[in-house]
Design a protein. Structure first.
Length: 79
């Protein structure tokens, strides 16, 4: 996972919008589907997020730190 995190750090924009998640998956190969991210947010187990209006976003740094924490805890389901 460390290689993926390094490559994502190099290419992802500073802010990741959840409504554009499919684009990020296709363009950058981010793990997890949009629906998984929505579920994790509602469970409180996702990365820190913010809102502008009704649009949810994640800061790149927070998202990558969250992915790293899943790897360290052995909890990535890869959806």
């Amino acid at each position: 996972m460390a290689g993926l995190l390094d490559s994502l750090n190099d290419v992802l924009p500073p802010v990741l919008w959840r409504h554009r998640w499919r684009e990020y998956q296709e363009k950058y190969g981010v793990p997890f589907a949009r629906g998984t991210m929505q579920n994790r947010d509602s469970e409180g187990s996702g990365p820190p997020s913010g809102k502008v209006g009704k649009r949810v976003y994640y800061r790149k740094e927070d998202y990558l730190n969250w992915l790293a924490s899943l790897t360290n805890n052995g909890g990535s389901d890869g959806k």
